[in-house]
Write a protein that binds this ligand. Structure first.
Ligand code: IDP
Ligand code: MG
Length: 140
């Protein structure tokens, strides 16, 4: 176990349904602390860059369209084992396969509109945090 931070995004479907507070409560109940947070309306090219790793996937175009369709909340979650812990709190990519009690199971709509993004490794977490937040916005 180690103290880590991870990048989380509350996606446009969840922001649109006004459930950011319910989702944030899950993080806090499960031991993660929100140490940076802001609402952004990402343009298509910003989303394309963020999801560059998925460029060759069949769902890339649709994913980029969706993620630039409305405001998102980008946030840094901090705590013990934050990267893996957040992935557990989120649940599987497809809400239909996610465990009961996870955010995606309870709030996701489908495999694309699945309420939240979470970094998948410590290395990617640091890259993704730097993508969205300046040093001034982060806890020392
Ligand atoms: P993850 O968000 O669980 O890490 P990834 O495979 O990294 O899942 O995919 C990134 C995002 O792309 C997903 O959260 C979801 O919004 C979307 N996505 C993934 N697989 C599919 C699919 O098969 N169809 C449509 N959208 C998908
Ligand atoms: Mg991923």
């Amino acid at each position: 176990m180690s103290l880590q931070r991870t990048l989380s995004i509350i996606k446009p479907d969840a922001v649109g349904r006004n459930i950011t507070g319910s989702i944030n409560a899950r993080f806090e109940q499960e031991g993660l602390r929100i140490t940076a947070q802001k609402m952004m309306f990402l343009c298509r090219s910003q989303v394309e860059k963020f999801y560059e790793i998925h460029r060759d996937k069949a769902f890339y175009d649709s994913l980029c369209e969706y993620m630039s369709s409305g405001p998102v909340v980008v946030q840094v979650l901090s705590g013990e084992d934050a990267v893996a812990r957040n992935r557990r709190i989120m649940g599987a990519t497809n809400p239909a396969n996610a465990e009961i009690g996870t955010i995606r199971r309870d709030f996701g709509q489908n495999v694309e509109q699945n309420a939240v993004h979470g970094s998948d490794s410590v290395e990617n977490a640091e890259k993704e945090i730097a993508f969205f937040f300046s040093k001034l916005e982060l806890m020392p």
